[in-house]
Design a protein around this ligand. Structure first.
Ligand code: NAP
Length: 459
């Protein structure tokens, strides 16, 4: 039997497990999918926005894999700093596949970035996704205008959540505290700002168009700003997604205002140069941008003219970044683990039994489905190596060894108990399932305890 640990139960981890057990070449592959959290599904649970129910329903496909007879989910198993290291894992499994994603955010590196009121989009996403490590409890008090820096799909997600009314979010699994905060939100202007042109924005058209469907908000686009993009006049040379994006933006630019409760301003050719403090210096009051112009090679150059946009809330949505795992090689430039077709390279040479898949393998790009071929490639490499890997003896069931190493795995039944507790919490609040937002609540629920919101941090 080939015993494999997959570290991370997000899409790349689960697709890797699936590719390992749903094949005929190597019979009897046993996979343990380990996760630091007691809950599976990674960014599908803790990244996909709560109002994207269709994408969230992918959890059902991932669930089927984690319930496969030769796949076991072991949550609450910590790999990395303060937890298990690569050597320990290789003592327990023939092969280890790291599918740990890109856990942190990229920085802007400009003055004022850390002023109170300025957050990474990942912090905001963690908050509305009820991630138990979410460190910020309140984003919105006092904010009327928000700036979202970046024009990728995460920027679209956070702008949309800011612009949706709480009533629209009530039927989702948004944590109760976030729902309450959004119900009281005074934010009525959301500025989403790209440093390059509309034809170079990273969002996808479906996500972009959705902004125009919000009942109490409208999208505002300045036609003069769109016209700064040479591709605006003639979109024929653009890839389909960029062409469709430009067409959607053109439609909004031509549309008269309905004067709704909230407006989402889509801005382009503005690069952030500083976050501006309030007069007392104690929080952010705006963002200074430099107007840019196309450099003719896909990039932009500064023009020396500046524009300030008022904002009491700034969300920096400029992409994710991989985090090094102690004991594994790391390419700091790319934020990935060096690899060849998924085989981890140590000093340029494949390291026996060590693999990567997903964002830590190829960087934080692509949609969920991109992880499927990526995982398949890694699983293929691992299966090709199986005859060598299985010559090394490993324990028949590493659970006992994991416990001796200080881990207390939450198994599938524990996760099912969390799901039941979240359904019960939703019922008690007159909503559908509502996520439990804290470690104590999740671990207690996994043990069968009923969930009691902590006084400081209600569900
Ligand atoms: P992203 O797609 O890489 O977008 C990052 C944005 O930040 C770009 O507009 C980029 O501009 C900008 N940026 C980077 N550095 C900057 C700087 N120093 N100053 C100003 N702007 C800067 O990243 P993401 O939005 O975090 O998304 C990550 C991945 O998750 C993507 O593949 C995305 O499609 C996926 N995702 C998908 C969905 C969905 O399908 N619904 C939802 C969320 C995320 P430049 O282009 O000029 O670098």
């Amino acid at each position: 039997m080939l015993r494999v640990a997959v570290v991370g139960s997000g899409p790349s981890g689960v697709y890797t497990a699936q590719a390992l057990v749903e094949q005929q070449t190597v019979p009897d592959v046993q996979v343990h999918v380990l996760d630091r959290l007691p809950c599976p599904y990674g960014l599908v649970r803790y990244g996909v926005a709560p109002d994207h129910e269709k994408i969230k329903s992918l959890q059902n496909n991932l669930r089927a894999v984690l319930e496969h007879p030769r796949v076991s989910f072991l949550g609450n198993v910590h790999v990395g700093t303060g937890g298990l290291g690569p050597e320990q894992l290789l003592g327990l499994y023939h092969a280890v596949v790291y599918c740990v994603g890109a856990a942190t955010d990229r920085r802007l590196g400009i003055p004022g970035e850390t002023l109170p009121g300025s957050f990474s989009a990942t912090e905001f996403v963690s908050w509305y996704s009820a991630h138990p490590d979410a460190a910020v409890e309140s984003f919105l008090p006092g904010a009327r205008s928000a700036v979202v820096i970046g024009v990728g799909n995460v920027a679209v997600d956070v702008a949309r959540i800011l612009a949706r009314g709480a009533d629209e979010l009530r039927p989702t699994d948004l944590p109760q505290a976030a729902l309450g905060a959004l119900a009281e939100s005074q934010v009525n202007e959301v500025h989403m700002v790209g440093r390059r042109g509309p034809s170079q924005a990273r969002f996808t058209t479906k996500e972009l168009r959705e902004l125009g469907t919000l009942p109490d908000a409208e999208v505002a686009v300045d036609p003069a700003e769109l016209a700064l993009d040479p591709a605006f006049a003639d979109t024929s040379g653009l890839p389909a997604v960029n062409r469709r994006n430009v067409e959607a933006l053109r439609g909004w630019a031509e549309q008269p205002s309905r004067h709704p409760a909230r407006r989402i301003h889509l801005r382009f050719f503005l690069r952030p140069v500083a976050l501006l403090p309030s007069p007392s210096g104690d929080r952010v009051a705006g963002v200074r941008f430099e107007r840019t112009a196309p450099d003719g090679h896909g990039g932009v150059v500064g023009t020396g003219s500046f524009e300030d946009i008022d904002a009491q809330l700034v969300l920096r949505s400029v992409g994710y970044r991989g985090v090094p795992l102690p004991g594994l090689p790391f390419d700091a430039e790319r934020g990935t683990v060096p690899n060849a077709e998924g085989r981890v390279l140590r000093d340029g040479v494949p390291s026996p039994g060590e693999y990567v898949a997903g964002w830590i393998k190829r960087g934080p790009t692509g949609v969920i489905g991109t992880n499927r071929p990526c995982a398949k490639q890694t699983a293929g490499a691992l299966l090709a190596d199986a005859p060598t890997l299985t010559q090394r003896p490993v324990p028949e069931d590493p659970r006992e060894a994991l416990r001796r190493m200080g881990q207390e795995p939450v198994e599938w039944s524990g996760w099912q108990a969390i799901e039941a507790a979240e359904a019960e919490l939703g019922r008690s609040l007159g909503r559908t399932t509502v996520k439990i937002p804290d470690w104590a609540g999740l671990l207690g629920a996994a043990d069968g305890a009923s969930y009691e919101p902590s006084p400081s941090r209600s569900a």
